[in-house]
Design a protein around this ligand. Structure first.
Ligand code: AMP
Ligand code: MG
Length: 313
């Protein structure tokens, strides 16, 4: 049974259904956790499980938050606590991604993320400040066994939401849920088949294209999600550790589709930083594709994307 549902992949906003037909009633509930708006949809009969999924999000916040002084990651960043299975899983994968991207994806980027602080800043930091923060970044210093951050500060903001979305999907599937949309601020996992709208990076209230996905995750990284503007230039939240500045690869947004939301999350951030040629990174992961919208409006996709996902513009 096909469900027609258009929603908008974005961060910090409520998504909207455009049409639903020929299926059992679905219920959407909204919450705020993981520093973002969370929307979860299931069949009406499964709505009782949505609350449990929200509880899972709150539990994972206590693992991955970088600001909550009781979280596992906070303690590790401060030389305390122990490595738990969740952090180990995400950290191991993140180091693999750092190697694969020659350090463009680097979860030790926290000093630069804090310096740029795009939620509050009104003007860019100085070159000296950037250089100092940049010198504190470097995933090579991290050791998992034996555990040592070696003074580095880890930010899992580019990958943890994907990991958590996968865990919620696992919870739903092992509890008999056959249809669901798990949307953690634009980090989306679908159980069942849905038609999904990709937001225009140029006019984020508009849908740029729709695609049809079944049992897949779709994750978008875009310059329109978090940013400030100074003297006509946009400074966004995805930092290129090689320059110390928000990445400037000519990509306006990239949406990655994969059976694994953690992989889609890390890949969308990585491709966004590295630029359009890095779309080939998708080949290194099973059944993984991407759609890039360039700042000049060009659209680049992996092979057979249009047919595979019934792309409609
Ligand atoms: P996303 O929205 O998934 O593309 O991830 C962006 C978030 O990841 C930022 O808000 C930072 O917390 C973090 N981040 C920024 N730059 C990098 C980078 N080069 N490597 C890894 N994480 C990053
Ligand atoms: Mg990401």
């Amino acid at each position: 049974m096909k469900r027609i549902l258009a929603f908008i992949i974005m961060i910090f906003s409520v998504f909207s259904f455009s049409s639903c037909s020929d299926f059992t009633r679905q219920v959407t509930r909204q919450s705020f956790a993981l520093d973002t708006v969370i929307n979860i949809t299931t069949d009406e009969k499964d709505q009782g499980k949505i609350g449990e999924a929200f509880s899972l999000c709150n539990e994972y916040e206590k693992v991955f938050s970088r600001t909550d002084s009781e979280s596992e990651l906070y303690l590790l960043n401060n030389g305390q606590g122990e490595l738990t299975e969740d952090i180990e899983n995400v950290l191991e994968f993140s180091i693999e991604m750092a190697r694969l991207t020659n350090g463009a994806f680097d979860v030790t980027v926290a000093p630069l993320v804090d310096l740029w602080n795009v939620k509050e800043r009104k003007a860019p930091p100085s070159g000296d400040e950037i250089e100092i923060a940049q010198s504190k970044v470097g995933y090579e210093a991290i050791s998992i066994s034996p555990l040592s951050f070696n003074g580095k500060s880890v930010d899992l903001g580019a990958v943890a939401k994907g990991y958590i979305a996968d865990k919620i999907a696992d919870f739903f599937k092992s509890n008999g849920v056959e249809n669901a949309i798990i949307d953690l601020g634009g980090n989306v996992v679908l159980i069942g088949e849905y038609s999904v709208g990709i937001r225009s990076p140029f006019n984020p209230d508009e849908i740029f294209a729709t695609i049809t996905l079944k049992d897949k995750s779709a994750v978008t990284s875009g310059a329109y999600q978090r940013y400030f503007e100074y003297e006509g230039k946009r400074y966004h939240h995805i930092i290129d550790p090689r320059t110390g500045y928000p990445s400037d690869s000519g990509i306006a947004s990239v949406t990655v589709i994969s059976p694994s939301s953690m992989q889609a999350d890390a890949l969308s951030t990585s491709i966004f930083i590295l630029g359009k040629d890095a779309i080939s990174l998708c080949d290194k992961f099973p059944d993984t594709d991407a759609l890039i919208i360039m700042e000049n409006g060009d659209v680049i996709t992996t092979e057979n994307f249009e047919k595979k996902y019934q792309l409609k513009k």
